[in-house]
Design a protein around this ligand. Structure first.
Ligand code: PSU
Ligand code: MN
Length: 291
């Protein structure tokens, strides 16, 4: 139960997260990306629902003024399920990650959520344990998360295995393979493939009600925006060296790596990131409209 939740969710709501906006893209791109996602969801017959904490207040369905306040604020913390409560208690702003967007969406009765990539098992996890709270959230909150797999800064195959261990259903939209964010495929597979959004919506309706847990829907990056694996590897290696040299860890690691690859690639990864999120918003809207 979320105290004093402001729930402005309408029928056919699609949840949208604010960590992607505030920590996943350069700040000057955030307002435009938010506007684009809102338009896409509306155009496909669903209701866009941005989620965040504004001065400690949990809001499902930010209005324009609230979004503008967050985008103008310096250093908005990133909230996962571990620090959400403290940020509420201290009346702080917070950007919600996949985990807390799911938590607030579920408490507002919103069943579909579009994002870019899920958090997961970080590379080098054997020496330095770092696993996103997004994975555990999928076992707790009945929300279908539409993503392009897990961010390729992570150990994609280990994350897929962790989802299996946690018993989270992973279904591919028009794919048999588990995507790797900037790449359409990894070596890992999915539990089932769906080709029709209405059929997928029917499964989600039943599965969320049956299990009370989440479903991960994976939708590969549009082919024309896929990034060559060799180039990607080179940018990522450099980004990881930078992060290591700066001693970045914990919650700061994902934003630092994303910012570094966006810079090293001259914006190629940023464009791909934006395009895959847009594609996920289209699919999420179709699912929400059919639920
Ligand atoms: N998808 C994107 N960009 C992002 C994220 C997802 O395209 O920045 C965010 C999500 O909010 C996700 C978070 O929950 O990254 C994962 O952070 P961490 O690895 O610290 O759990
Ligand atoms: Mn982490």
């Amino acid at each position: 139960m979320i105290p004093n939740l402001i729930n402005r969710a309408e029928p056919r709501a699609v949840a949208l997260e604010t960590t992607l906006l505030l920590h996943g893209v350069p700040r000057q791109s955030a307002a435009e990306l938010a506007r684009t996602l809102v338009e896409i969801v509306r155009k496909h017959g669903a209701s866009p629902t941005l989620i965040a904490l504004v001065r400690g207040q949990a809001i499902v369905g930010l209005n324009d003024a609230e979004l503008a306040e967050l985008l103008a604020a310096p250093d908005v913390p990133k909230a996962n399920t571990a620090n959400l409560g403290v940020l509420m208690h201290r009346s702080r702003h917070a950007a919600t990650t996949v985990s807390t967007t799911m938590e607030l969406a579920a408490s507002a009765g919103v069943r579909v959520f579009a994002t870019g990539g899920l958090g997961g098992v970080h590379r080098g996890c054997a020496e330095h344990f770092d696993v996103s709270s997004d994975l555990a959230a999928l076992t707790r909150f009945p929300v279908a998360v539409v993503s392009s797999g897990v961010k390729s800064i992570l150990d994609v195959v280990a994350t897929r295995e962790a989802l299996e261990t946690l018993g989270v259903p992973v279904v591919g939209f028009r794919t048999d393979r588990f995507p790797a964010f900037y790449q359409r495929e990894s070596t890992a597979g999915v539990d089932a493939r769906f080709d029709d959004p209405a059929d997928l919506a029917g499964f989600i309706r039943m599965e969320l009600a049956r299990s009370g847990r989440g479903v991960l829907v994976v939708n590969p990056v549009p082919a024309e925006h896929e990034i060559d694996a060799g180039k990607w590897r080179a940018w990522l290696d450099l980004a990881m060296d930078r992060a290591r040299a700066k001693g970045v860890s914990g919650r700061d690691l994902t934003p630092a790596l994303l910012a570094a690859v966006h810079e090293l690639s001259g914006g190629v990864t940023l464009r791909a990131n934006v395009e895959l999120v847009k594609s996920n918003a289209v699919l999420a809207a179709k699912i929400a409209a059919a639920l």
